[in-house]
Design a protein around this ligand. Sequence first.
Ligand code: NAP
Length: 432
Amino acid sequence: MRHIAVIGSGPAGYYTAEACQKAFGENVRVDIIDRLPVPFGLIRTGVAPDHQSIKGVSRRYEAVALTDNVRFVGNVTIGQDVSIDELRGLYDAVVLATGAPHDRKLDIPGAALPGVVGSAAFVGWYNGHPDYADLAPPLHAPAVVIGNGNVALDVARILAKTREEFAGSDIVGHALTALQGAHIDTITLLGRRGPHQIAMTPKELGELGELERARPIVDPADLPPLDTDSLLDPGQRKSVTHLRNFALANGADKPVHIVFDFFAMPVAVEGEGKVERVVVERTALDGEGHANGTGERYEIPASLVVSCIGYRTPPIEGVPYDDRSGRFANEEGRVLPGLYAVGWARRGPTGTIGTNRPDGFAIADKIAADIGEGSGKQGRAGLDALLAGRGVEVVTFRDWQKIEAAEKAAAREGSPREKFTSIDALLAARNP
Ligand code: NAP
């Protein structure tokens, strides 16, 4: 028997479990350990609440979770309830599937002012992550969103939508109420490079053109000559075509403007005790496509600044870490003997949810090559004994199903669920 512990129950974790099932059949036991008492990681607290079709992939993970040789072990924190070294002693393979839940730091003066929020916190707030339920972002004046990736798009779209446009979503009640009372008429998306360098994907970018009360605004002067679009890959070309259409500004104006400010690098956030404006420097691209400041500066008024400039994997004591890239140091997923990394914790925050599937299968192949038939370790029996001895209250997948039933029962009309947003409320929902 092979005993495998996967740390993190997001897409990378479940795809790894699925791959291990396929590789080893009945001869494997997989424990998926998570700090939260709920599974699915990024699917639950990262994917935008109005993108329910993407969230639907959790049903596939559920099928894996409900098999006999895979367990969910929720409410267990690595480094607090059990250490990596202890897990390595108990399991033939330990796989770090911890994602990249921390923001890449916005390293400019004023970034610590109240009103500057990282995307992990802002996305966590509207998605009901217990760590960010109390965020209360200021929503009464213009907002600036830093970054030109899909997370920046998610944030701009969520800020711009009407209550009606959230029908069918599972945005949490506290965020829906706050957004409904918001007075944001301008959302500026700051891109330090140009339209040809955006990291947004076309389907998501196209959604901005279909909002009820908000209109995307692109300055035609920022767009490169049309014939240069042929140099782009097909996806990027489609995205740039959306920007070109936005720049044509056909149709009636709308009360909320989502302004694409390209070649615009934030250099400071200023204000008396809170955010009042962002100081921006114009950029020009060098021959290698890097943005360099031109010295021309201007200010954008704002009460809220959301920094969407990428993520990092938090280090874990005793696990080799590459500080430059913000992920575990690894050789194609191998970190140390018996210790592996997968998904964003291995390769950084890139790609779609589905990119993690081949990642999970690749790591299962490596585990198969490394651990053979297994080496008689204790696996889950050993973990259970250790956690019971420490008084840790483990949440099982059956417990999660009760929590989920309670969330569904509490849903407002048309919404799939109303998430509990505190650990206490989640734990209490196991015992209706
Ligand atoms: P991302 O795609 O890497 O985009 C990060 C953006 O931040 C880039 O535009 C980057 O510009 C900019 N940036 C980085 N450092 C900066 C700085 N110091 N100042 C100003 N701008 C800075 O990251 P993401 O948006 O966080 O997305 C993470 C991953 O999740 C991506 O693979 C994304 O596609 C995926 N995702 C997908 C969806 C979806 O499919 N619906 C939704 C959300 C996220 P440069 O290019 O100049 O570095």
